[in-house]
Write a protein that binds this ligand. Structure first.
Ligand code: CP
Ligand code: NVA
Length: 312
């Protein structure tokens, strides 16, 4: 790509690393890719993406694999159970070996350090496909979807209700980049990590937006344009599921909670959803829900991410 707006980036690890202009350029490209996919059919011809998965996935795996195919390339699925990482081969060696075969790596891992180590040692782009800390591809897609729904994102408020997890962290990083305010409502012991809050609030101050923490969902949701939630027990926290079910009682996104939001508010969820836990079925499957638009947009936004990083 001539004059690639992401020229200074080798990898996509965190939205915090991107400028507002870089996010806007990504969204413009994603919108073009979505409107005219035929124009990009050979953009990554002959290129291969290695996809390392330590955790399960439906959307991330399928959207990257199909996206790479639609760009003329090949994606190869590497479960950590089957490759030598699972038997102790160093991340650094894996990164250096894959760099000799393929043109990009997408990785979904437990420890965030695994993705940053891959990026440090690979000579090719590394894309974060979710870690315990962050989920940048999903949050970028969510703000892209918000932009489609409302025509813009500036001055809008996204209220996230539930666990202060990887999704909450990436949404907090994304808000300031798109001019949106972010409110996070969690039970006391489940707040987002303080170091992430600090960075996101500094970004927000610089951007003239806000990132605020709440304890009561009702306060966070009042007049919000987007109400967002995610599972109460993330991948890797299965043993805490019963305890979390109790801790998050009162944090379900119900039709009554949605009533407090703006009259045109939409409901978002990264999926997979647990109806009857973090969201009532009437909301997830109701007229304000855009959950399947978000899921579809993963394909278009990630094709744009791969073009930014791999079409050079
Ligand atoms: N939202 C998301 O990343 O879904 P998967 O876990 O199915 O990839
Ligand atoms: N917070 C969830 C997101 C899944 C896409 C998890 O990490 O399991």
């Amino acid at each position: 790509m001539l004059n690639n707006p992401w020229q200074r980036h080798k990898d996509l690890i965190s939205i915090h690393d991107l400028t507002a202009e870089e996010v806007e350029a990504l969204f413009q490209l994603a919108a073009n890719v979505k409107a005219r996919p035929d124009r990009y059919r050979t953009a990554l011809a002959g290129q291969t993406l290695a996809m390392i998965f330590e955790k399960s996935s439906t959307r991330t795996r399928v959207s990257f694999e199909v996206g790479m195919y639609q760009l003329g390339g090949l994606a190869t699925f590497l479960s950590s159970r089957d490759i030598q990482i699972g038997r102790g081969e160093p991340i650094a060696d894996t990164a250096r070996v894959l760099s000799r075969y393929v043109n990009g790596i997408m990785a979904r891992t437990f420890a965030h350090a695994t993705v940053t180590d891959l990026a440090a040692h690979a000579t090719i782009p590394v894309i974060n496909g979710l870690t315990d800390l962050l989920h940048p591809c999903q949050a970028l897609t969510d703000y892209f979807t918000m932009r489609e729904v409302f025509g813009h994102t500036r001055g809008l408020t996204l209220a996230y209700v539930g666990d202060g997890n990887n999704m909450a962290h990436s949404l907090m990083f994304g808000g300031p980049k798109v001019g949106a305010n972010v409110r996070i409502a969690t039970p006391e012991g489940y707040r987002p990590r303080p170091e992430i809050v600090e960075l996101a609030q500094a970004d927000a101050r610089a951007a003239g937006t806000t990132v605020e923490l709440f304890s009561r969902p009702e306060e966070a949701v009042r007049d919000a344009h987007v109400v967002y939630t995610d599972v109460w027990a993330s991948m890797g926290q299965e043993a805490e599921a019963a305890q979390r079910l109790q801790a998050f009682a009162g944090y379900q996104v119900t039709p009554e909670l949605m009533e407090l939001a703006d009259k045109d508010a939409v409901f978002m969820h990264c999926l997979p959803a647990h109806r009857g836990e973090e969201v009532a079925a009437a909301v997830a499957d109701g007229p304000r829900s855009v959950i399947f638009d978000e899921a579809e947009n993963r394909l278009h936004v990630q094709k744009a991410i791969m073009l930014m990083l791999m079409n050079r």
